[in-house]
Design a protein around this ligand. Structure first.
Ligand code: FDA
Length: 311
């Protein structure tokens, strides 16, 4: 994890149209496109192919159709319809029924009601087919409203959804308790966004300490939590705490992002742990991709190789 200044730098680059154009041109070239490392493909067929390969090696999956921050109701409706057709494609393909989505993709930045209606459409179609739907967590201006929408739908009986919480946010201890009280499932993450000091820890040590604290609260008081991290220390702390408390490997799962620490993913499966890979796909991959670079500057090296190495 980088310090806040470096993270801010990559978040600024994420807003660059020129860089986005350049990336779109080179990211998925037939040979060696650099985006392939982190993005399963630009279309659903490629994502399903990646999914099958992961399942064949013993991994669980969640599919994410990339997109965020839409600015009109028409775009939010289009994104919702894309998710509805993704659900049909997943059912037809016979792969695991688990999806992740971002509420700003469904119109959260426009208004709460639009987003809630769109999410309900996704939950209405996915529920009877036995899906689990995870709400990703976005930057802090959306935390409260995301939880509020989640709670509203939970109260209406939509219990096949869960939410993500970020250990970097100062508020998250209370949010962990809040979601635990509902009996809903949490994905715990460190948090990928550039947040102000008023709301978030900025030192890695503090984010990590908070992660361990929240992991323990989720394992003892929560329902089937997901510990989503590539950090060996966090993973070891989880394994150790669960073993000490006699919490079986079937009562929680680890999650990692597609293409990151594949060695660790394979090892966890070999050791009998549940390991879910987050499989992102779609044409709107640029902001997601930039967050991955922001987490590890060494990734910039293979991007440059992908662009200049092919000329
Ligand atoms: P940390 O950043 O400390 O990295 C630990 C080690 O992991 C590094 O030393 C390196 O080896 C490896 N690593 C981490 N990132 C890497 C990268 N990009 N490339 C290569 N190696 C890398 N965030 C969010 O705000 N909202 C969300 O909804 C989600 N959802 C989500 C789902 C899943 C399944 C995962 C795994 C992660 C998310 N995230 C997220 C992202 C998360 O908040 C966080 O930014 C990243 O996971 C990186 O943090 P780590 O916990 O891996 O630790």
């Amino acid at each position: 994890m980088l310090d806040a200044a470096s993270k801010a730098f990559f978040h600024t680059l994420a807003g660059s149209r020129a860089l986005k154009r350049l990336s779109s041109r080179y990211g998925f070239r037939p040979s060696g496109g650099f985006a392939r490392r982190f993005i399963a493909g630009e279309d659903v067929g490629q994502a399903l192919e990646a999914t099958r390969a992961l399942q064949a090696s013993g991994m669980l999956i969640t599919l994410d159709h990339l997109g965020e921050s839409v600015s009109s109701s028409a775009e939010a409706d289009a994104a919702t319809r894309t998710y509805l057709s993704l659900i049909d494609r997943i059912v037809a393909a016979g792969v695991e029924r688990n999806i992740s989505l971002k509420l700003t993709q469904l119109g959260l930045g426009i208004d709460r009601a639009t987003c809630l209606d769109n999410l309900r459409r996704v939950l209405d179609l996915s529920g009877p087919h036995g899906f689990f739907v995870r709400l990703d967590m976005e930057n802090s201006p959306f935390t409260e409203v995301t939880l509020d929408i989640f709670e509203t739908l939970w109260g209406l009986g939509y219990h096949h959804a869960g939410v993500a919480l970020q250990s970097m946010l100062l508020r998250s201890d209370e949010d962990v308790r809040r979601v635990n009280r509902l009996g809903a499932r949490v994905r715990l993450i460190k948090g990928a966004y550039n947040e102000p000091k008023a709301v978030a820890y900025h030192r890695k040590a503090d984010v990590d300490t908070a992660f361990v604290r929240m992991m323990q609260a989720l394992l003892t008081e929560g329902v089937y939590p997901a510990l989503a991290t590539h950090d060996v220390k966090m993973i070891e702390a989880t394994k150790q705490f669960a073993a000490e408390r006699g919490i079986g490997k079937d009562r929680y799962e680890f999650q990692m992002l597609y293409g990151i620490r594949r060695d660790l993913q394979t090892q966890l499966v070999a050791d009998g742990y549940r390991m879910r890979v987050y499989v992102p796909f779609g044409r709107e991959w640029f902001p997601y991709f930039m967050r991955r670079l922001g987490e590890r500057p060494a990734n910039v090296g293979f991007v440059l190789k992908g662009i200049f190495g092919e000329r």
